[in-house]
Design a protein around this ligand. Structure first.
Ligand code: ZN
Length: 475
């Protein structure tokens, strides 16, 4: 009985112990996940790496470095990134969530070699080749330099592989083989524009003008001309010799015949009296003086005073010349462009033809061909116009003697005479003006005519064949 009771007590104690153990285990089983969960809640972000290797210019997404989020979603993570993907460098990026901050470094690097597309070249033995000539296209996030991988290609004839090496700023490299064919060039350059030419005595010409040289291999062949022996003042037939040369040393020779025709007026002493800007109230008075002395002159007219246009008929009838000075004489309009100049010239040409029945081919540019005002409206225009007008069959005339009557209204007649008689040349072109206000020009005219007449000069109207006085073009 006693033994039975003792055994029952032991059993109870065992059960109690077991219960306690089980309770502790159960408590622990319950607490560990709670602990883990609590720890994870305070460490919510797991990054793939604290060093992010990133390719230059590629778009950067900081989320790609996040492996897992615990007890958090993307909206609870604040990301700060200073990464500039267009610039090589190390940049910080941080992820903050549930009060904990994780830091990583973005290493922006260029590890991609440049793309390179090459092309083949065909040339002579002389050309010094540059690697760029073999490059069709290359591209990279950074600047690319190209070079010959094995040094300069051979300069003998044949076909060769030429390895081209492209290197970007980070040292990444690409090599491609281009093909080079070299052929011995044995053909001299051809010359165009060397047709025989006929000139009037005393009209110099630039023998380099209008010449073009062309070679089958050399893109920049040279030519020279020997024309020192041509005397433009002495009639006769001259041979001008041109030589062409390419970089391979091939030399071509071309002959051009230049015939200088005698100009019956060339040796004579001639004054060309010229009056710009008319017609005006003074045109008749000028014509009366000319008639009195039986001399001829030239009137470069505009379209600005057409009520006086009848006097143009008298100019023609009395064998003086009507020239074209432009229709508007408005610099801004006339010198705006080649087109506006020629549109205006056509208008004054039509006006003169309609009034006088004669077409005029003689021109005076407003301000002369040396004017610099035109540069304000169209740089280089005078260089172009002086060539184009001659190509179109006109001749333009400047002056080598300025009466200075444009210096103001009523410049004293003595001043005009003094300046208009100060020129010493075989052919003298005197600039004067024909406007309502230029009364002193009319007054000065007799003394000017008498001065030159006493020195054996003839007074003639300009024609398209008259020896042109040309200023130096300044625009
Ligand atoms: Zn004028």
């Amino acid at each position: 009985m006693k033994r039975k009771r003792a055994s029952s007590r032991r059993m109870k104690r065992k059960r109690r112990i077991l219960f306690r153990v089980m309770t502790v285990i159960a408590l622990m089983m319950a607490l560990i996940p709670c602990g883990i969960a609590a720890w994870l809640y305070t460490h919510p972000v797991r990054l793939i790496s604290t060093v992010i290797k990133h390719e230059l210019t590629e778009p950067f997404d900081p989320w790609e470095n996040v492996e897992k989020l615990y007890f958090a979603d993307r909206s609870s993570v604040k990301i700060d990134s200073a990464a500039d993907v267009d610039k090589i460098g190390d940049y910080p990026v941080s992820y903050t969530c549930h009060g904990r901050r994780y830091e990583a470094t973005v290493q922006v690097r260029d590890t991609t070699p440049p793309t390179l597309k090459v092309r083949s070249c065909s040339t002579d033995l002389a050309e010094e080749l540059k690697p760029e000539q073999f490059v069709e296209e290359t591209s990279d996030a950074t600047e690319v330099t190209v070079q010959f991988k094995d040094g300069a290609p051979p300069s003998r004839d044949g076909t060769f592989d030429v390895p081209i090496l492209a290197t970007d700023s980070s040292g990444n490299q690409t090599v491609r083989n281009a093909s080079l064919t070299r052929i011995k060039d044995e053909i001299p350059p051809a010359l165009h524009g060397v047709e025989d030419v006929e000139l009037l005595q005393g009209r110099p010409m630039d023998f380099k003008k209008g010449i073009s040289v062309e070679d089958d291999m050399d893109p920049n062949p040279q030519f020279s001309v020997s024309d020192d022996h041509v005397d433009f003042t002495v009639p006769g037939t001259y041979s001008v010799v041109y030589k062409t040369k390419d970089r391979s040393g091939n030399v071509g020779e071309f002959m051009r015949k230049v015939k200088i025709r005698k100009d019956k007026d060339y040796e004579r002493k001639i004054v060309y009296l010229t009056f710009d800007d008319g017609p005006s109230d003074n045109t008749e008075k000028i014509l009366d003086v000319l008639k009195h002395y039986n001399v001829k002159a030239t009137f470069f007219v505009t379209g600005n005073n057409q009520k006086k246009n009848d006097v143009l008929k008298r100019i023609c009838k009395e064998s003086s010349a009507v020239g074209l000075h432009t229709y508007t004489h408005d610099y801004a309009q006339v010198y705006a462009s080649e087109d506006t100049y020629f549109t205006d010239l056509q208008k004054i040409s039509d006006m003169v033809k309609k009034t006088t029945g004669k077409e005029s081919h003689i021109i005076r540019f407003p301000g002369g061909s040396s004017n610099t005002v035109s540069a304000k409206y169209s740089p280089g225009l005078m260089t172009l116009l002086t060539e184009k007008v001659v190509e179109k069959g006109y001749q333009y005339f400047d002056w080598n003697c300025d009466s200075t009557d444009a210096g103001g209204n009523n410049v004293p007649a003595e001043t005009i005479v003094k300046n208009a008689t100060s020129c010493d040349a075989r052919h003298i072109n005197i600039l004067m003006h024909d406007t309502d206000a230029k009364d002193t020009t009319v007054e000065a005219l007799p003394a000017i005519i008498e001065y030159y007449r006493s020195r054996g000069y003839a007074f003639e109207p300009l024609t398209v064949d008259s020896a042109p006085i040309h200023h130096t073009v300044n625009n």
